[in-house]
Design a protein around this ligand. Structure first.
Ligand code: SF4
Ligand code: SF4
Length: 93
């Protein structure tokens, strides 16, 4: 049976949007299938988690986390500046 082999050039990126836990992942590739941006590519090694090929293009929709059958196998890590809490500025009288 022929197997599709993906090739890609790793893109430089300052963020790491997807964190995998290989001890929980079963390598089903559902997360890679559901990603509409094709950020995740199936691992060339059977049973291992997908490859985060284009981390800078992730828009943090969370679909990959929601579709995963193994809780904790994949999680989102938002960029630091998106974790800030903005508070209203009260003008001085
Ligand atoms: S959060 Fe959304 S865009 Fe980012 S890798 Fe997951 S499915 Fe793709
Ligand atoms: S959907 Fe979950 S278990 Fe399946 S490959 Fe992705 S992280 Fe691993």
């Amino acid at each position: 049976m022929n197997q599709t082999v993906y090739s890609y050039r790793p893109a430089d990126c300052s963020t790491r949007p997807i964190i995998y836990d290989q001890s929980l992942c079963v390598g089903c590739n559902r997360c890679a299938d559901v990603c509409q941006c094709d950020i995740l590519l199936p691992s060339p090694v059977k049973g291992e988690h997908p490859v985060v090929a284009y981390p800078g293009e992730c828009y943090y929709c969370g679909a990959c986390v929601m579709v995963c059958p193994r809780k904790g196998a994949i999680r989102l890590q938002h960029p630091l500046m998106n974790r800030a809490k903005f508070v209203p500025v009260i003008p001085r009288s």
